[in-house]
Design a protein. Structure first.
Length: 228
């Protein structure tokens, strides 16, 4: 299992060895505690459940409270399951930290995108809006016609105004630039979904990493002098 839960701290930039400024997102990861181990014999599949962000009793409902007290690993705000091949490699109350990744790895990061409330079609879908000439007064950002003449109805899936953001979003194939294990800090190149202090799921990328093509060495052939 190469996955961990974390909290988005913010963005900054660091400098590479050649002096290039690299924009990075700083994520405080884990430590995540193993709260349950599931196997094919007992649950029908192999998985490991981890807990993140310690909390207190009054912030949990009765099912969550009873489940965590039974495991004896502590109380956590967030629980997440990860499928694994060998659940026997894990133990209850085991810590999962940032050392599962290394600089140069590629990860997929999932979070809740920023909520922008109710938005019109121009902001939500990028519509161009109406013309701003010939006495146009209040239709610059209107959606225009929303239904055909026959049949006279609004078709399903039509792009219209509505709630923007605040949904699950995943950014794939982000490169891990730097890791600070003593502080459980992970830095990835680029932006990730969510607001500051929002929770994130960091896992190994599902995309294939293309190998870099090494150009063959070109042998220099000495030019032969041509006799006149």
């Amino acid at each position: 299992m190469r996955a961990i839960l974390g909290t988005k701290i913010g963005m900054t930039q660091i400098y590479s060895q050649i002096g290039e400024a690299v924009p990075v997102t700083v994520i405080s990861c884990g430590p995540c505690i193993v709260t349950q181990i599931k196997t094919v014999e007992t649950d029908g599949y192999d998985a490991v459940q981890v807990g993140y962000c310690p909390t207190i009793e009054r912030k949990l409902n009765k099912p969550q409270l009873g489940h965590l007290k039974k495991s004896g690993t502590g109380l956590f705000r967030t629980l997440k399951e990860f499928r694994v091949d060998k659940p026997s490699d894990y133990k209850l109350n085991q810590e999962i930290q940032t050392d599962i990744f290394s600089p140069g790895d590629f990860v997929d990061i999932t979070g809740i995108s920023k909520g922008h409330g109710f938005a019109g079609v121009v902001k939500r879908h990028g519509f161009g809006g109406g013309p701003q000439t010939h006495g146009q007064s209040d239709k610059q950002r209107a959606p225009g016609a929303i239904g055909p003449q026959r049949p006279q109805k609004v078709r399903k899936g039509l792009r219209m105004a509505g709630r923007l953001g605040g949904i699950g979003s995943t950014i794939q194939k982000l490169k891990v630039v730097k890791i600070i294990p003593e502080k459980n800090i992970l830095m990835v190149k680029g932006a990730v979904p969510g607001v500051k202090n929002g929770q994130l799921l960091i896992s190994s990328t599902v995309k294939k990493i293309a190998a870099k093509k090494v150009q063959p060495e070109v042998k220099k052939v000495a030019r032969k002098e041509v006799k006149k």
